[in-house]
Design a protein around this ligand. Structure first.
Ligand code: VG1
Ligand code: CO
Length: 543
C-alpha cells in the first residue's frame, strides 16, 4: 500500500468562521475541496507522527465519505492512532470528551451544527486541539493561510475500514479504533450528576420529551435518558440521526422546534421538554408553558450549581459571550465570583476554563456548558436541569420565576435577518460604527446611552486581542442593543440584532418579551437604518 501525493490548487474562501468551515454540500463535493482543507489542518497543527486523532461527525450527508477520506489522509501523515465513532458518529461534546480522556493531540469534527443538512444543505469541518476545545484563532488563521498556497495533499491508497463495527484495524502504520459513540461521554455525565435522584424522579412518574431533531443527540439521549436513567421509551422523539435531519432545521429554538413547543404549551403537556441541535452542543429547555431563554438558563444553572455532585464545591467563575444577557453577571456578583464577557463562539472560553478562571460558560444561542469538556454541551445542560428538578422538587416555571424574583428579569430577544445582501449588511455595520463616537450621552425615548463601541476582547490568559466583535449600545439602565454579523451562515449575510432590558419589579415579570423590548427595537431600527439599507421589513426569525 502506498501514500500518494496528489497535485491540487487552492480554493478561495476556505476560512473558518465562528465555528469551523461551513459551506454548501455542493461546494464540499468538488474534487479536492475536503482534501485541501484537511491537508491545511495537518500542515498547521505541527508534527502528527505518533499522535492520536479523534474523528467523528453529526451524521449529516457526506459525513461517512468524509470520515473515510480523512482516515486515509491521517494515515499518510503518520498518525499512530485514530479513534473514530461507530458509523462515523460523534457529537461535538463527545469529541471533546474523547480527546481529553484519551490524551489525543486533537480531533476533527464533521458538522455544520445547527445549519440544515442533506445534499442541498450545508456541511462543515472543524479542528479541535488537545484540551478538547475548538482551535484558537491563531490556528484557524494558519489553516486558512495554508489553504491559499496549497499545492499537494497526501493520502493513503488503502481503503478505509468499515465503520459500523466496533474494533481495531490498520491503514499503513495507523491503528483505526472504531469506538462506541456514547460510552465515554455517558460515563462522564454519570460522574457529574446525581443519576440516582434523576432515576427516582422518572420512577415517580415525571414525564419528559427530548427532541433529538433527527440529529446526533438522539443516540446519547436514548442511552442516557431511556437507558441509564429509566425514562420511559418514547421520552426521546426524533431520536434517529438522519442524513438530512428529516428535512428539518436542527436548531433548537421555539421556532424550529415548533412541534415540541406545541406539546409543552398544550394542557396535558409533559413536565419537562428539551431539544438539541445538529451536533448536540446546543440545548433548549422548556417547562410547562414556558420556554427558558438560554441566557436565563445559564444564570439559573450558575445560581444552583451546587445541587449537582460535579459542582458541589462551587464555581470559580462564569463566562458568557458578549451578546448573551447579563442575567449571569447578577448571579456571579451574588456568588462573589468573576463573570467574563467574551466574543461570540466557544473558542474564546477555552483559555478561561484551562486557567481555572471559569467553571460555567454560556451563549444566548442555546449554548451552555462547563469545564467538564471544552465545548458547549446540550445533553449536559438537560441533565443539569433534570438534576435541579429532582433536587428541588419544583417545576421549571417555579424555578424560573423564583430566580427572577430574586435577581430581576433580563428581558431578552434575538432578531435574525437571514440571507441579506452581504454588501448591504456590511454597509449597515459601517454606518453603525461611524456613529459610535457620538452615541454616548444621547437620549432616545426614555433611554440614555452610557456606552457605544465595537466590542474588543483581550484574552486575560494569553492577552490575544479580538477586534470588531459586535456593535453594542449600552443604556444607563443596563439595557442593551447589539448588532453583529453571523459567522456560520452560507448564504449572503445574516444580521443578528440582540435586545436586552432589565426589570427588577416582580409585578412586571409577565410581559411579552417583544412588548417589553419594543422601544429598544425601534431605537435599533432608527440607528441602524436596517430597513432602508437591507430592504427588510421584518426579521426572518425571532427567538
Ligand atoms: C452562532 C451563534 C454562536 C455559536 C455559533 C456556533 O454563531 O451565534 O453563539 O457559538 O453559532 O454554534 P454566528 O456567528 O452565526 O452568530 V453551533 O452549535 O452552530 O457550532
Ligand atoms: Co452545534
Amino acid at each position: 500500500m502506498t501514500i500518494q501525493t496528489v497535485a491540487t490548487t487552492p480554493f478561495a474562501g476556505q476560512r473558518p468562521g465562528t465555528s469551523g468551515l461551513r459551506k454548501k454540500v455542493a461546494e464540499f463535493l468538488q474534487p479536492g475541496y475536503l482534501e485541501n482543507f484537511v491537508q491545511a489542518i495537518f500542515n498547521s497543527v505541527g508534527d502528527c507522527a505518533g499522535q492520536t486523532l479523534v474523528l467523528g461527525g453529526d451524521g449529516r450527508y457526506f459525513n461517512r465519505t468524509a470520515v473515510q477520506v480523512i482516515l486515509r489522509m491521517a494515515a499518510a501523515h503518520g498518525y499512530a492512532r485514530v479513534l473514530v465513532g461507530r458509523g462515523g458518529i460523534l457529537s461535538t461534546p463527545a469529541v471533546s470528551c474523547v480527546i481529553r480522556k484519551h490524551a489525543a493531540a486533537g480531533g476533527i469534527v464533521l458538522s455544520a451544527s445547527h445549519n440544515p443538512g442533506g445534499p442541498d444543505g450545508d456541511f462543515g469541518i472543524k479542528y479541535n486541539v488537545g484540551n478538547g476545545g475548538p482551535a484558537p484563532e491563531k490556528i484557524t488563521e494558519a489553516i486558512y493561510v495554508a489553504t491559499q498556497t496549497i499545492a499537494v495533499y497526501r493520502i493513503s491508497d488503502t481503503a478505509a475500514p468499515p465503520l459500523d463495527q466496533l474494533g481495531i484495524s490498520q491503514i499503513e502504520q495507523m491503528r483505526v479504533e472504531v469506538i462506541d459513540s456514547v460510552d465515554d461521554y455517558a460515563a462522564l455525565m454519570s460522574e457529574l450528576f446525581d443519576f440516582a435522584a434523576i432515576k427516582a424522579l422518572f420512577a415517580g412518574g415525571f414525564t419528559m420529551r427530548f427532541d433529538g431533531m433527527h440529529a446526533v443527540s438522539g443516540p446519547y439521549a436514548h442511552a442516557i435518558l431511556e437507558g441509564m436513567l429509566g425514562a420511559p421509551a418514547g421520552t426521546v422523539i426524533n431520536g434517529t440521526p438522519l442524513e438530512d435531519f428529516g428535512g428539518h432545521h436542527p436548531d433548537p429554538n421555539p421556532v424550529n422546534a415548533a412541534e415540541l413547543i406545541a406539546l409543552m404549551f398544550a394542557p396535558d403537556s409533559p413536565d419537562f421538554g428539551a431539544a438539541s441541535d445538529g451536533d448536540a452542543d446546543r440545548n433548549m429547555i422548556v417547562g410547562r408553558a414556558m420556554a427558558v431563554t438560554p441566557s436565563d438558563s445559564l444564570a439559573i444553572i450558575a445560581a444552583n450549581a451546587t445541587v449537582a455532585p460535579g459542582y458541589r464545591a462551587g464555581i470559580a467563575g462564569i463566562a458568557r459571550s458578549m451578546p448573551t444577557s447579563t442575567a449571569a453577571d447578577r448571579v456571579a456578583r451574588a456568588l462573589g465570583v468573576p463573570c467574563f464577557e467574551t466574543p461570540t463562539g466557544w473558542k474564546y472560553f477555552g483559555n478561561l476554563m484551562d486557567a481555572g478562571m471559569a467553571t460555567l460558560c454560556g451563549e444566548e444561542s442555546y449554548g451552555t456548558g462547563s469545564n467538564h469538556i471544552r465545548e458547549k454541551d446540550g445533553v449536559w445542560a438537560v441533565l443539569f436541569w433534570l438534576n435541579l428538578l429532582a433536587a428541588s422538587g419544583k417545576p421549571v416555571d417555579t424555578i424560573v420565576r423564583e430566580h427572577w424574583a430574586r435577581f430581576g428579569r433580563n428581558y431578552y430577544s434575538r432578531h435574525d435577518y437571514e440571507a441579506v445582501d452581504a454588501h448591504a449588511a456590511e454597509d449597515m455595520m459601517e454606518h453603525l460604527r461611524a456613529q459610535l463616537p457620538e452615541l454616548a450621552g444621547q437620549q432616545f425615548d426614555g433611554f440614555s446611552v452610557a456606552l457605544a463601541d465595537d466590542f474588543v476582547y483581550t484574552d486575560p490568559v494569553d492577552h490575544s486581542v479580538a477586534t470588531r466583535q459586535g456593535v453594542r449600545i449600552v443604556m444607563t439602565d443596563g439595557s442593551r442593543i447589539v448588532f453583529r454579523l453571523s459567522g456560520t451562515g452560507t448564504e449572503g449575510a445574516t444580521i443578528r440584532l440582540y435586545l436586552e432590558k432589565y426589570e427588577a419589579d416582580p409585578a412586571r415579570h409577565d410581559i411579552d418579551p417583544q412588548v417589553a423590548l419594543a422601544e429598544l427595537a425601534t431605537i435599533a431600527a432608527g440607528v441602524s437604518q436596517l430597513k432602508a439599507r437591507t430592504g427588510r421589513e421584518h426579521p426572518t426569525i425571532v427567538t
